[in-house]
Ligand binder design. Sequence first.
Ligand code: ZN
Length: 500
Amino acid sequence: MTTIQRLDAALAAHIEKVEHYKQVQTLLAWDARTGAPRKGAPYAARAKATLAGELFKLQTDADFGSRLEDAAQQEDLDELSKRIIAEHWKTYKRWSAIPVEEYQAFVQQQGLANAAWLEARAANDFSIFAPHLKQIFDASLKFAGYWGYEQHAYDPLVQQFDPDLDKVTLDRIFSELKSALIPLIRRVTSSAKQPDTSIFTHPFPLEQQRQLGIELLQAIRYDFDAGQFGATVHPFSSAINPYDARLAAKFVENDVRVSLWSALHEGGHSLYTQNIDPNLIHTGLGIFTSYGIHESQSIFFEKFIGRHKGFWDNNYFILQKIKPETFGHVSLDDFYFALNAVKPTFNRFEADELTYNLHLIIRYELEQAIIAGEVDYEGLPEAWNDKYEEYLGIRPPTHLEGILQDGHWSAGFGLFPSYTLGFVYAAQIHQVIRRELPDYDHLIESDHIETITGWLTTHIHQFGKSRSADELIKSITGKSIDTAPLIHYLTDKYEQLYEL
Ligand code: ZN
């Protein structure tokens, strides 16, 4: 891949400036979530608001807009430059469509909504959060109106995160998954064969969990010289550029699974970032192409590598070495079965891979019900609980374990589908990779994960945002998003494990 050569110098400089602002924003967000002092938070928030305002001005600058428009007319433009221009033009159009004072008010509302959500959690009282949620969702729908849509107001909202998806496609995907997963979960949970998961809840000192995280990240070849491994309350990764791809795991003393999965999952996100072509840095394309594809890579490492028996053939000794009193006498088979236990939970974050998607489908369906006016904000917590009962057979005893568990809605509509899309994409990719690397199992068993990562880099990672999600998935699988490989994978795996 070549560097941008044909772009006008002033245009290239403006683009780079935009990217520098975004880089600083990402760094501040990392800082806020990994140890910035609590007392400094209001001042950091003011600095962030100033930065966000300046970035908004840069991205919607009229002169920048006309330069982009002129550049798009240039006939001798190379493919990469065209993509760079198209990306910034899209952002320009998106943000210019919103009156600046409405945008600023929305950013402020998001901050207040997040604070109200924390307060509502502390009091276990949804009514504290409800008016903020209404404000945020009303503003989101107003923005959708500014952006315009052909079929559904949800389309431009979900397209902020997954540009190639729309409500019609999501409805289809989620209904296919629901009809396959709900009966499968019932069969699995009523099987006579059940694992013993108590090994995971023995106290596991946090410092040793950190060591476990480091060794698992080494096992998937995360480059510590181009990243950082931190601790946080809600695991995340910071995609700054290929040379700065950080991740933060969560450490819980009485459940080592939380840090184990968060290291592998966030490690997968970060490997994607580390393998993007460095020539794309500061062009706007040196980042993941969509939330769904980003999630597909974390899920690939968490599930298709981290839940592969061969991976634990090589790495179970780490747990046995760090915690011999708990794992020393547990066989690999028993450990593996326990690691893949299926048990409906109230909390999305603790969900196993079989029930996980239902947590997201529930959130998506509630978003649709709000937009359609089928549920009001007062009735939302009960609607939430009803869905949990219907799909997972459990009813959250409090709103803390129900609707107040995640804060995503204080940012707006449309973020939840990406988590499931990621799993669907990852299973599609996994099916092809097994065909193209027939020794896939052996590669994992013999600790040659870098060959698999190399394949992912060639077909996905290197391109960053220079190819769309749909382009990537079509070039790999020959078709668009498709739930069949995921349903096949989950059915096969759990029928075997649970001897159904
Ligand atoms: Zn993720």
